[in-house]
Design a protein around this ligand. Structure first.
Ligand SMILES: NC(=O)c1ccc[n+]([C@@H]2O[C@H](COP(=O)([O-])OP(=O)(O)OC[C@H]3O[C@@H](n4cnc5c(N)ncnc54)[C@H](OP(=O)(O)O)[C@@H]3O)[C@@H](O)[C@H]2O)c1
Length: 280
């Protein structure tokens, strides 16, 4: 039995789809099992704010895909999960981490690094997936409207990033959860080329038949916009650090993880855009 946490989100839902295609015994976790059942697999309640739900989620599970929401409590959250998993006899945890995770990283990477550390010292088998920023962020977070023209304001300058399609992350997760030979491995996952935000928006515009105008804003302007959107102060700091990493070109490298696991490159940004336009 494989457990997929965060199953209703961007990576989690694609992971469930990729595992369904492999016809394996599968369970999807969500705060709302009714919502997860729409994925077409058995569902279980898991709410990180209600640790008493952990034991039921991991009962009878052999391998778990651990996808945690963005939080500044990742060390303790992972500890609670690992404790319940060990108690239940889970054998292998595949963690969705982030590129550059570790104690010397930016805040989001330090959080994931703390989670990795808990798993690596747990005695359980483990695999770490360390993706770069998702192509889907343009729609999920940056304000691209697939249905019409818009401006997109970001503090990314002309910094390029090797955006990865979240579906590729999911296909790697499904492979690692179902094939042998991935214990103790860390896979850094990126797209095959790096694009600036303006280039990515032009690619999306071409595919979707709209005009997406990039507006470069200062970090202060970006912080003000996040504050007005109700994002908590610690997360504004964390996102601002991440934006500076992209702006300064540190997210532009291309890593071998996709080829190591799936023996292929990640989807190009143009493929992501074409599929979005086609409703895939
Ligand atoms: N976005 C990026 O570019 C990027 C890059 C690298 C790494 N990451 C990492 O990827 C992860 C996010 O993945 P994603 O974008 O696929 O997530 P997402 O679409 O935001 O979905 C988050 C999932 O977490 C669940 N969730 C939220 N709060 C919860 C809670 N309190 N208890 C239980 N479940 C909860 C939600 O399910 P329900 O609402 O159904 O409960 C949802 O399925 C984070 O760890 C992030 O650091 C993201």
């Amino acid at each position: 039995m494989i457990l997929v946490t965060g199953a209703t989100g961007t990576v989690g839902s694609a992971t469930v789809a990729a595992l369904r295609a492999k016809d394996v015994d599968l369970r999807a976790a969500s705060r709302s099992p009714e919502k997860a059942m729409a994925l077409g697999v058995p569902a279980v309640e898991l709410d990180w704010d209600r640790p008493e739900t952990l034991a039921g989620a991991v009962a009878g599970v052999e391998k778990a895909f651990l996808l945690t929401p963005v939080t500044n409590q990742l060390g303790s959250m992972t500890r609670a999960f690992v404790d319940a998993a060990k108690q239940a006899g889970v054998r292998h945890v595949v963690k969705l981490s982030a590129i550059g995770a570790g104690p010397e990283s930016i805040a989001l990477g330090r959080q994931h690094g703390a989670g990795e550390e808990v798993i690596q010292s747990s005695g359980l088998d483990w695999t770490m997936l360390q993706p770069n920023s998702f192509a889907q962020n343009f729609v999920n977070y940056y304000g691209v409207d697939p249905a019409g023209d818009c401006t997109v304001s970001l503090p990314l300058g002309d910094g390029k990033a090797s955006w990865i399609d979240a579906r590729d992350v999911a296909e790697v997760a499904a492979a690692v959860l179902t094939d042998d030979g991935h214990n103790g491995k860390t896979y850094v996952l990126t797209g095959p080329t790096a694009l600036s935000a303006a280039e990515a928006l032009a690619t999306l515009g071409e595919a979707l038949g709209h005009t997406y105008t990039y507006v470069d804003v200062s970090e202060d302007e970006s912080r003000r916009a996040m504050d007005e959107a109700g994002i908590p102060a610690w997360l504004i700091d964390a996102y601002s650090e991440l934006n500076a990493v992209i702006k300064n070109g540190y997210a532009s490298g291309v890593a071998p993880g996709m080829r190591e696991v799936l023996d292929r490159e990640g989807r190009t940004f143009a493929e992501f855009a074409r599929d979005l336009a086609a409703g895939r």
